[in-house]
Write a protein that binds this ligand. Structure first.
Ligand code: BDR
Ligand code: CA
Length: 320
């Protein structure tokens, strides 16, 4: 039986690839998307998620708006670096017709809480943006904190940050929220830069999508090539773009793709290391570990799955 999944996306190019990965995975049944801010505003992210679901023939999946800014702030503005990497529209200017469906009624926090109450451990939640909405659900409902199974993309344990020397982009947006998640949720897998910067996409792969001559293939190729070009400027040593968010979805489908350190985590919320994800020294000897941190990844297997799933999905969309 397929495992139910909810994605909490700031859609974003690699979020779009993550959404496609979920749609292309027989082990996963996507029951909803919640929209957060980060790469784009909540409104733009929700619009992109709806449009991508329609492009891939799944307008039935509900998309619910989440909280629009970090808990310590009263508004949100897209960072210059986010706009550079994902484009002002979040998909690098790739053509994406306006969605016909509207966002679902209600808020993402209630949607998430209800889903965990209904499905318990049969559901996995994959946040691939700032932790604001997920942390609000953790704080609002003890059952959610106890029973939610969460595989998050964010953080960096053994490597430097990507937007600050100490901080990864998603955690940087709302360090207090990720700290709440680490301290209060019972089952968190952290898929951070330690592993996601080992899983790289290049124009060799996007050429496969472009050759399909389908709407889905062209969208994936256009968006991913924009993202690859941005990485050529920000991280030329990598030789490709990081498949951050798709790796988290892949781990939700197949936890055997990564090797983890079981360790209780926290986030530094003050001083120059604000946004750093690190072991919580006060819970180091607690026999109960609530977080698993991905420390290694089977790169070849993941890339094979990634290309196979997205190519098959894109093949099924209409030709130009
Ligand atoms: C994360 O930040 C965002 O730009 C990406 O979508 C990904 O979720 C990588 O640090
Ligand atoms: Ca993201």
């Amino acid at each position: 039986m397929a495992r139910k999944i909810i994605l909490d996306l700031d859609t974003g190019i690699d979020d779009a690839l993550a959404l496609a990965y979920a749609l292309g995975s027989p082990e996963l049944e996507l029951i909803g998307v919640t929209g957060t801010y980060g790469n784009v505003t909540v409104d733009t992210g929700v619009r992109n998620a709806l449009a991508i679901l329609e492009l891939f023939g799944r307008p039935d999946v509900p998309v619910v708006a989440g909280l629009p800014h970090a808990r310590g702030r009263d508004s949100f503005e897209v960072l210059e670096v986010s706009e550079f990497i994902h484009g002002a529209d979040g998909v690098g200017g790739a053509q994406l017709p306006a969605p016909t469906a509207a966002p679902a009624e209600g808020g993402a926090v209630d949607f998430l809480i209800d889903a965990v109450r209904t499905h318990g451990e049969d559901l996995v939640i994959v946040p691939t943006g700032p932790s604001t909405t997920i942390a609000a659900a953790v704080e609002a409902d003890d059952t959610f904190a106890e029973r939610a199974s969460i595989v998050m993309m964010g953080g960096a344990l053994t490597v430097p940050g990507n937007v600050r020397p100490w901080a990864e982009a998603n955690v940087h947006q709302d360090p207090e929220a990720t700290d709440v998640l680490f301290r209060r949720a019972r089952d968190v897998t952290m898929v951070g830069l330690d592993v996601t910067l080992q899983t790289l996409l290049t124009t060799r792969e996007t050429a496969v999508w472009r050759k399909l001559g389908t709407r889905g293939g062209t969208f994936l190729a256009d968006a991913a090539e924009y993202y690859i070009r941005a990485y050529e400027t920000t991280s030329p040593h990598l030789g490709g773009c990081g498949l951050h968010d798709p790796l988290a979805v892949a781990v939700a489908a197949d936890p055997g793709l990564i090797t983890c350190l079981d360790i209780n985590m926290k986030v530094d919320v003050g001083g120059e290391t604000r946004g750093r994800t690190i072991a919580d020294e006060t819970r180091l000897n607690d026999p109960v570990k609530t977080t698993r941190v991905a420390a290694a990844v089977d790169v070849e297997r993941f890339l094979g799955e990634f290309m196979g799933r997205l190519t098959t999905l894109a093949e099924q969309t209409p030709a130009h």
